[in-house]
Design a protein around this ligand. Structure first.
Ligand code: G6P
Length: 612
């Protein structure tokens, strides 16, 4: 959700800011802008609606020479995407200019106060009000740092903010509350970014700002403080991924690259965590809270979007393997419905980015109620990862495509490992069964690779269905959440309306939609509900729906009921959602590309939603 970048050092800031914005563009891409303190110590700024590349072509870069600057790529919250609402925003006197992620919740009260003081606005954004507030305090204090501090103390809501001041042109001030911000620190320069992808090509040494902190950056270094003016010292950390991991590596889109990485990413999730001789899984990060989990009467899982689908699958896994009752909640609902949380509850929080505002709020709600919290997170060092009591990283590697793919399957793998670990510790599963799961996990990367290698098969079907207006995805048991996720992938990137349902539930409503124009994707592994699924397929067939089945390679029945069959390697029940997700991802990808959609930057979406 919105990207912030900043630079202070000896190099020309312009290209560094533009390159940083391009790397952050997956977080928001309706408008962009930059501001630089030029060589005459004057602030220059440019912003407009559209992609970073369009901003780059429109800018006269010769005016943007200087080695201090900030930039922003926007995902609109207050005010439609247009040139005026784009960031950065100047205050009325054009003394302070800021880029901001998050939402200033009390902006109306502040605006009323400021208009009483003679301040006017050009845009419809809450950000401009914050800029005006800073300058209101600057007029009083004649001190940039004090002005920023006073303003932030007046603000309710969330912010990641980077600010320049015309009257103090040697510095950038940054601050954070609820919206991630980090500094990439090297001997001669500091890069500011809302996530590591804009920093990794400069340095691996980073420092994360915590909520309620601000930093004053000059060419000599930086000073970290709280917004209450207390000094802070924090160690620099090292980023744990390589630049190549966030580049496309010859693939047309990040999404395709990430789908094709899943053989490796799945291995990275389980590497070193399973003893294949005994079938015992161990996640070191969970050890500190194992006692609590084993004594918990229930596990609550909370997440958003794709991670919520992983959570739903986790419910099936944990209940069936470890026999612990599980409840799954959308983080946004969990947070606001005054949930009943007992101190002996364990709350699992699943998040790719580790920064989703609703998920973070749900985590804090759980903690405030005394529950034990466990994170299942991809982004190392992210806010959720830092705030949970214990947790496990899924090690999917950086995920740039807005539609989550490899993070989903790695979340499923993590939940499988957790289920195995708890099943063993609780004695809920015998070693033979655990070993069987472990054996199957070992074969999973190769099986995934076979599907990736023959992805052209999925492309052919996509051509056939690219003009459909609706899609239905049906599955049962472990594959009901996989159906939800398959439908979500399609609608996110192709804008075709799609719904997922438990297959048996179709009779209670969605069946009314079925006619010869309705493609229905059935996820039909040979498990104990297979015959029921076949009956559901027949019900759709009788109403002339077009059937696309996802079935095991050796299923010799399914073809007679289906118009198309996407074959997947055979595996055990618990691993079928991982296997079945691969063709579902390809189907969505190829349909979207056949329709000419920008799959890496689908309209209105953002990779990481850091506002509630
Ligand atoms: C956004 C993304 C989704 C993602 C969801 C939760 O909506 O577009 O792909 O599943 O946020 O994100 P998280 O980072 O918490 O997993």
């Amino acid at each position: 959700m919105c990207g912030i970048v900043g630079y202070i050092g000896k190099k020309n800031a312009y290209q560094i800011l533009i390159d940083g914005l391009k790397r952050l563009e997956y977080r928001g891409y309706d408008s962009a802008g930059i501001s630089i303190i030029n060589n005459n110590s004057k602030i220059v700024a440019f912003k407009q609606k559209g992609k970073v590349s369009e901003v780059e072509s429109a800018i006269d870069s010769s005016e943007f020479t200087g080695n201090i600057g900030i930039g922003h790529t926007r995902w609109a919250t207050h005010g439609e995407p247009n040139d005026v609402n784009a960031h950065p925003h100047f205050d009325m006197d054009e003394n302070i200019i800021i880029v901001h992620n998050g939402i200033i919740e009390n902006y109306k009260t502040l605006q009323k106060f400021l208009s009483g003081e003679g301040f006017t606005n050009r845009s419809e954004t809450d950000t401009e009000i914050l800029a005006n507030l800073m300058n209101y305090y600057y007029r009083q204090t004649k001190n940039f740092e004090q002005a920023v501090r006073n303003s932030l103390n007046d603000v309710e809501g969330t912010y990641g903010v980077a600010c320049l001041c015309a009257k103090e042109p040697d510095r950038i001030i940054v601050a954070r509350k609820g919206s991630p911000l980090m500094l990439g620190v090297s001997m001669e320069e500091i890069i500011i970014a809302s996530d590591a992808s804009a920093i990794i090509n400069h340095t691996k040494n980073v420092m994360y700002l915590e909520d309620g902190e601000m930093a004053v950056l000059t060419k000599q270094g930086f000073q970290l403080k709280t917004i209450k003016d207390e000094d802070i010292y924090r160690e620099i950390q090292e980023l744990d991924f390589e630049l190549s991991e966030i580049e496309k590596g010859g693939f047309e889109h990040f999404m395709l690259k990430e789908i094709c990485e899943q053989s490796d990413s799945i291995q990275n999730t389980y590497r070193g965590r399973i003893n294949f001789d005994t079938g015992v899984a161990r996640l070191g990060g969970l050890e500190p809270v194992m006692e609590k989990i084993l004594n918990a009467k229930r596990i609550l899982i909370t997440a958003c979007g794709t991670a919520w689908h992983a959570g739903l699958t986790g419910e099936y896994m944990l209940e069936s393997c470890a026999r612990i009752p599980v409840e799954v909640d959308y983080a946004s609902e969990f947070r606001y419905r005054n949930p009943i949380i007992y101190p002996d509850d364990v709350v699992f929080v699943i998040s790719q980015s580790g920064e989703t505002a609703d998920t973070l709020s749900a985590l804090r709600e759980a903690k405030n109620n005394g529950a034990t919290t466990v994170g299942i997170v991809n982004a190392v060092g992210s806010t959720i990862a830092r705030e949970v009591d214990a947790g496990t990283y899924i090690h999917a590697g950086p995920e740039i495509g807005v539609a989550s793919t490899k993070a989903f399957t790695c979340q499923l793998m993590s939940l499988t490992l957790i289920s195995m670990m708890l099943a063993e510790a609780k004695g809920a599963m015998d070693s033979e069964n655990l070993k069987r799961i472990a054996d199957e996990i070992k074969m999973l990367p190769e099986k995934i690779q076979t599907m990736i290698d023959r992805r052209e098969e999925y492309k052919f079907i996509a051509e056939e269905f690219k003009d459909a207006r609706n899609f239905l995805y049906l599955g049962r048991g472990y594959n009901f959440p996989a159906a939800l996720e398959g439908a979500l992938k399609l609608k996110e990137i192709s804008y075709i309306h799609a719904e997922g349902y438990p297959a048996a539930e179709m009779k209670h409503g969605p069946i009314a939609l079925i006619d010869e124009n309705m493609p229905v994707v059935f996820i039909a592994p040979k498990d104990k509900t297979y015959d029921k699924i076949i009956s559901n397929i027949e019900e759709v067939k009788a109403r002339k729906g077009r059937i696309i089945s996802i079935a095991f390679e050796d299923d010799d029945q399914i073809a007679q009921y289906s118009d198309f069959v996407l074959r997947v390697p055979k595996t055990i029940n618990i691993l079928t959602p991982i296997i079945n997700s691969i063709p579902l991802q390809f189907l969505a990808y190829y349909i979207a590309t056949a329709r000419g959609c920008n799959v890496d930057q689908p309209r209105n979406l953002a990779k990481s939603v850091t506002v509630e």
